[in-house]
Every structure is written in structure tokens, then in C-alpha cells.
Ligand binder design. Structure first.
Ligand code: NAI
Ligand SMILES: O=C(O)C(=O)[C@H](O)COP(=O)(O)O
Length: 383
């Protein structure tokens, strides 16, 4: 069997090496010629799997994308050709939730607000949105969700996008990128909607760049709309608009889902999908070869307040300011170098772990500290 794969799939050879010959290529550069005799193609979000790419792939039986998003995959074309498809729904949902929590923590420090006093609106109540909702709700934050496609459940407050825009102090976008469907998300936030966001609010996009019309966002910011903006995703990646980057409060190179845990789970989910398609036993257990986190324990004294402890624990696992600082190096580069650097930052991303890998000792701490740590998803030790 021959597998052609994006070289940025973590543990690629450990996982698939015993099953097949694995040819690892740069995801953006995989061509129709590269997969002529491949039995399986494994991609990440940067490879467009469409009619042109598949045109000569007569042996191909399986395509796997180690990602949550599938806007780069023409699933109709795959169905038409009888090619099985697997992706990795939810693999990195916790990672994105933690990115959002860390961004809010940094802005709260900078601007001196308490998250518990802010109203948060989440657009898209799927794997990411629902986890973010639950976490914020657990922290005592007032939350509302907007998702016209999601089944209504009693303990979730669903509102329209207009209500979120009018009422919320934080708006977080977690929808897929869709066009030509009943509720398309392409340019869901256009000039009109962006202009209506409350003054002082925070807008976060860690879904897909084109869900916000980036030119319109730049325009409202230039016109003086007083909002803070956190962008992990950009229209026309890897070609980031520098004027927009200059105006956002936090900017990162599409790494919200890049916890090592999330990426490895993505690999494992696609590995299982491939094994199923080819009728092979799925023997590799990636948990067994996942590295130990560099930091696995932190202890608080009884003098710690809940807010202080939460901020310290979050920053010790993931300090988002580093990613923002690295991103701003793009200002020093010409367009070609910027695109290369955007991909380079992603390829060589730091080994970031999820909150659950950190044990927080809060034995003598007040109940508030313990509750906050638990709500955030740390592994709490109180005995
Ligand atoms: N920045 C990053 O690193 C990452 C980005 N993503 C992106 O975030 C998206 C969401 O991720 P998941 O929650 O895992 O996907 P999901 O598919 O579980 O959830 C998406 C939700 O959005 C809802 N939705 C669709 N159209 C909508 C609309 N017009 N208005 C409001 N809601 C709408 C769906 O009903 C669904 O509940 C992915 O499709 C992917 O594009 C995902 C993971 C990492
Ligand atoms: O899972 C998704 O969807 C994402 O956006 C991934 O975090 C994207 O990572 P790459 O596939 O672009 O490495």
C-alpha cells in the first residue's frame, strides 16, 4: 500500500509506517501527479482535495484529513469516485477553547475587567462552541449561543446573531466555512454586522478567516469602531493583511487548535478511519507514545485568589502573548517571505499541551480557587 501524506501530520511514520510506504510531502504542494498510484491520501487543512487533485488518482480508496474543518475537501467528488473519507471531528476542540480562554485572560489583565461580568456570545454550538459554552457557564459567565442548525437543548440559551451582536461584550466565532447552503457562513460578519458590535466588545475568530469579511473589518477599525479583536484565522492565508494585523489586539497564525494533544488525536482518528477502510487492525496506541508534558504540576498556597491562580495556571500552560509576538515579525518581511514564515511558524509550533495535562494542587486553597481550576479543565488535586 502507498500513502501520500502531509509532512506536518504528527507521528505520521509511527502511526502509518508499519502499514504502508509513506511518502511525506508539503501539504500545500501535493499535486495530482503525486497521488497517481497512491492508495490513501492524508492531509491537513492546506491541501485542497478537489476534482483537479483527484483527476488521475485511479488507485485511491481513502482520504483522511486530520482536522476538524472540512472546507478544503470536496466530499461530493470523493463520494462520486467511491473514495472513503474520514476527518477528526472534535480532535482539537479543547485546544481552541483554551486558546479563547487564554486570549480573554490576557485582555482581562490588560484592560482590567473581570470575565465573570461580561456577556459572551458564541456563534456555532458544535464541538468547540458547546465546550466553550459549558466552560464559561461553569465559570459563572453569562453565555448565549447562536446556531440555527443545532438541536435546541434546555440548558443552553440560544439567540439570534443579531441579539448576540447587540448584547454581547465578547463574540466568539466557531462555525465552519460554508457557501451555498441554507445558513452560509462566508462573510457572516460583513460591514453592516461588524458596525453594530457594541463599543468596547471583544471579537474573536478562531474558526475560519473568511467567516469575517476582513476588508470590512479593517474598514470599521479604521473608521474608529472601538472593539478589541483576536484573530487566529485570516482571509487568504498564508497571505496575512498587514494593515489588519496592525490593528488587531491579538494575532496568531492559525494555531488555536495546535495543542499537541489535539493534533495527535487528529492523527489517531484518521488512522482508525484508514484501518477500517482497508480492513486492518488498528494496533498503534498513540497515547502510549505521546510525550510527557514539560510541566505537569503546579501548587498554590492558601494566599492565592481564584482569579490570580487561574491566570497563573493558564499562562504556565500556554502563554498566547508569545504567539502574538512571533506573528508580528511578519511586519519585517516582504509578501513572499511572510507567506513562508506563516507556514514555518505553524510547522515548527511549540509543544503546547492542554490544561488537563497539568495537575493543580490547591489543597489549602479556598473553595473558589478549586472550583475555578476544575471549571477550566485542569486536573485538580485537593487531598
Ligand atoms: N483555528 C483553529 O485552529 C481551528 C479552527 N477550527 C474551525 O472551527 C470550526 C468549528 O469547529 P468545530 O466546533 O469542531 O466544528 P463543528 O462542526 O462541531 O461545529 C460547528 C457548528 O457551527 C454551526 N453552524 C454552521 N453554520 C452556522 C451558521 N451560519 N451560524 C451559526 N452556526 C453555524 C453548526 O451547526 C455546528 O454546530 C471548524 O469547522 C473549523 O473550520 C476547528 C478547529 C481548530
Ligand atoms: O482542525 C481544523 O479545522 C484546523 O483548523 C486545524 O487546526 C488546522 O491545522 P492545519 O491542518 O492547517 O495544520
Amino acid at each position: 500500500m502507498k500513502i501520500v501524506a502531509d509532512e506536518n501530520i504528527p507521528l505520521l511514520h509511527e502511526c502509518f509506517g508499519s502499514l504502508a510506504e509513506v511518502v511525506a510531502l508539503q501539504g500545500r504542494d501535493i499535486t495530482a501527479g503525486d497521488i497517481i498510484d497512491a492508495d490513501a491520501l492524508l492531509v491537513r487543512s492546506v491541501t485542497k482535495v478537489n476534482r483537479a487533485l483527484l483527476s488521475q488518482a485511479s488507485s485511491l480508496r481513502f482520504v483522511g484529513s486530520c482536522t476538524a474543518g472540512v472546507d478544503h475537501i470536496d466530499q461530493q467528488e470523493l463520494n462520486g469516485r467511491g473514495i472513503s473519507f474520514s476527518n477528526a471531528p472534535g480532535c482539537n476542540a479543547r485546544s481552541v477553547v483554551e486558546y479563547v480562554l487564554c486570549a480573554l485572560d490576557i485582555l482581562a489583565d490588560r484592560d482590567g475587567f473581570e470575565l465573570e461580568k461580561r456577556k459572551v456570545g458564541i456563534v456555532g454550538h458544535g464541538q468547540v462552541g458547546s465546550r466553550l459554552y459549558q466552560t464559561l457557564d461553569g465559570l459563572g459567565v453569562e453565555v448565549m449561543a447562536c446556531d440555527p442548525l443545532c438541536e435546541r437543548v434546555p440548558d443552553v440559551r440560544f439567540e439570534s446573531l443579531e441579539t448576540l451582536i447587540q448584547q454581547c461584550d465578547v463574540i466568539a466565532l466557531h462555525t465552519p466555512l460554508t457557501r451555498n447552503v441554507e445558513y452560509p457562513t462566508h462573510h457572516l460578519l460583513d460591514y453592516d454586522k461588524l458596525s453594530q458590535i457594541k463599543s468596547g466588545a471583544i471579537l474573536i475568530n478562531a474558526g475560519r478567516g473568511p467567516v469575517i469579511d476582513n476588508q470590512a473589518l479593517l474598514r470599521v477599525l479604521e473608521e474608529g469602531l472601538d472593539i478589541s479583536v483576536v484573530l487566529d484565522v485570516w482571509e487568504h492565508e498564508p497571505d496575512v493583511n498587514l494593515d489588519l494585523l496592525a490593528r488587531v489586539d491579538i494575532g496568531t497564525p492559525h494555531i488555536a487548535g495546535y495543542s499537541l494533544d489535539g493534533k495527535i488525536t487528529g492523527t489517531e482518528m484518521v488512522y482508525k478511519g484508514l484501518c477500517q477502510t482497508f480492513g486492518l487492525p488498528a494496533r498503534v496506541r498513540l497515547a502510549a507514545i505521546t510525550p510527557m508534558p514539560a510541566l505537569n504540576r503546579i501548587a498554590f498556597n492558601d494566599s492565592a485568589t481564584a482569579a490570580q491562580a487561574a491566570g497563573m495556571a493558564m499562562k504556565s500552560v500556554y502563554d498566547l502573548r508569545r504567539d502574538d509576538a512571533l506573528m508580528r515579525r511578519l511586519f519585517r518581511m516582504d509578501q513572499e517571505a511572510r507567506c513562508i514564515e506563516f507556514d514555518r511558524m505553524r510547522k515548527h509550533y511549540c509543544e503546547r499541551r492542554e490544561f488537563s495535562t497539568l495537575t493543580v494542587q490547591a489543597r489549602k486553597c479556598e473553595a473558589g480557587v478549586q472550583e475555578r481550576m476544575k471549571a477550566l479543565g485542569f486536573h485538580l488535586q485537593v487531598s
